[in-house]
Design a protein around this ligand. Sequence first.
Ligand SMILES: Nc1ncnc2c1ncn2[C@@H]1O[C@H](COP(=O)(O)OP(=O)(O)OP(=O)(O)O)[C@@H](O)[C@H]1O
Ligand SMILES: [Mg+2]
Length: 140
Amino acid sequence: MKTIAIDSLGSIDAAAKEFAAALGENRIVAFYGSMGAGKTTFISALCRYFGVEDDVCSPTFTIVNEYRAADGDSIFHFDFYRIDSLKEAVDIGFEEYLYSGCLCLIEWPEKVEQLLPEETLKVTITATGDESRKIEIEND
Ligand SMILES: Nc1ncnc2c1ncn2[C@@H]1O[C@H](COP(=O)(O)OP(=O)(O)OP(=O)(O)O)[C@@H](O)[C@H]1O
Ligand SMILES: [Mg+2]
């Protein structure tokens, strides 16, 4: 388990850089954490680190957003909070995205647990104060 501590929003970019280094070859990242824990905010910082210039926000109405990283690769950002069944994830082609080799960043992975490959990197974000967060990366 690797833990990254964020003291305040001002250090989120440094944390994202450290996180990116810890990613290694992992391409599928599941972000656990309660509502408002900071999943979207951290994913946004991570995308910024990868050179994404698009607006990174929760894909509320679409389930998935696609961004373009500086190296030209796609980054897929999922938010499964609103889905009611696994079928909705299957129907948008979630598994094709997972096996695309592109970075897949997933909010509310609990909703699609059964579809997540074994190599999924599990990350938990916990609020420890107003702007302080603990990011735990589960390495096997
Ligand atoms: N260090 C921090 N990291 C992340 N968010 C922070 C931090 N400090 C303050 N915040 C604030 O906490 C809120 C986190 O909201 P965010 O939408 O990122 O949460 P979320 O986990 O994606 O919630 P949801 O489950 O609703 O999608 C934002 O208002 C953000 O500005
Ligand atoms: Mg969110």
